[in-house]
Write a protein that binds this ligand. Sequence first.
Ligand SMILES: Cc1cc2nc3c(=O)[nH]c(=O)nc-3n(C[C@H](O)[C@H](O)[C@H](O)COP(=O)(O)OP(=O)(O)OC[C@H]3O[C@@H](n4cnc5c(N)ncnc54)[C@H](O)[C@@H]3O)c2cc1C
Length: 407
Amino acid sequence: MDLTFNSGDEAFRTEVQDFIAEAYTDDLKQRMALSRNGSIGKDAIQMWQRRLAKKGWLGINWPTEHGGPGFSQTQKYIFDIEMSKVGAPSAGNMGITMCGPVIMEFGTDAQKAEHLPKIRAGEIWWCQGYSEPGSGSDLASLQLKTEVKDDHFLINGSKTWTTYAQYADWMFCLCRTDNSGKKQQGISFILIDMKAPGITIDPIVTIDQPVAGQQEVNQVFFDDVKVPLENLVGNLNEGWTCAKYLLQFERGNSHAPALHRALSGLKKIASQETSGRGDRLIDDPDFRMKLADAHREIQSIEYNELRIFAELNAGQAVGARSSMLKLAGSEMGQKLQMLGVEAAGYYSLPFDRDTFGVLDGDTNEGTPGPDYASRLAPTYFNHRKTTIYGGSSEVQRMVMAKAILGL
Ligand SMILES: Cc1cc2nc3c(=O)[nH]c(=O)nc-3n(C[C@H](O)[C@H](O)[C@H](O)COP(=O)(O)OP(=O)(O)OC[C@H]3O[C@@H](n4cnc5c(N)ncnc54)[C@H](O)[C@@H]3O)c2cc1C
């Protein structure tokens, strides 16, 4: 295992830094600074994604044959580190990170030609139609009724928790096309145009919900929605294979760069806040112990990620260890957010729903306490999601128990 960066990697780091200096402009920085929960709105996200796409860096995981930059695992890691250092918006979207790889692997030539260039250019927005009311962790029990008619599928039912469905042009969707066999059989992976007649979107209001229209999750209803048969990806009734293939991309991201940034933000807060004894919180022995514990855990996550990326570079598979990365990274993120709320104390408590999210001309004026305080509770509440979506912590532990420990 070689964990050092070579001169080529260091040159790449400089290239990323140069790109950030030019593309991460003041207007985007301002939006990120004002966002209480990380949401900056569709326009700003797309502006950022198009800048990345212009450089050829939107799909950093994509192979060169599909227009990706062909980064090594190490380069991807360096890219993440540099983006996290400056707090840039996430480069990924569900088209790039989830649907694109499935189309590359299972799609027809026509599907590849139609969708991949637009995904790579950041032109279209995708949402994920997996979960249903009653089918989340036990995803294979999904029942979205999908009948095969002459030249189309006829879809009736609903999907839920659909992130940013209101922004989406397309949905990649798991549909029930047959109920006669085992529950994993009879599922089909279908691409659905969100403008198709019969689709309605109901916002789900969450505790940190941003301004109207910027809600994060939705329930999507299908009422006699017709979808052309050629939108089927892979074979009819074999969509579970695509679904499982996709999950490894949903769970296999690096967390350490963002965790390091969050820890350093927490230290800054602790150096401005006072402890119960009147000294700086960062000098308080109990809080210092918590910071030290967090630092140690993040180091361990980072070395695990680097070890796995080194193995990927050497052509080995991640397999169920993507569950380990997802579990450790998401739970550590939540611990840091809890410490942030603890550090700011009373100032993190005021909670005004209307001030969340970002609108043009928005400012932090009017919120009590230091600027950082107004973000702490919304971020804390919003990030409860990270140990639920993409498979809850309990489910990740089950996967590891079975696939890694052989229990
Ligand atoms: C903010 C957010 C965004 C999301 N975005 C999307 C999206 O864009 N598209 C999409 O399709 N879905 C999305 N989801 C849905 C998400 O994938 C599901 O919420 C998740 O899979 C859990 O399913 P559930 O909510 O039905 O909970 P359940 O499956 O009912 O679980 C309830 C509890 O039981 C536990 N549990 C369940 N099964 C087991 C088991 N076998 N062993 C031990 N414990 C178990 C769970 O850990 C959990 O604590 C999103 C969720 C959130 C919160």
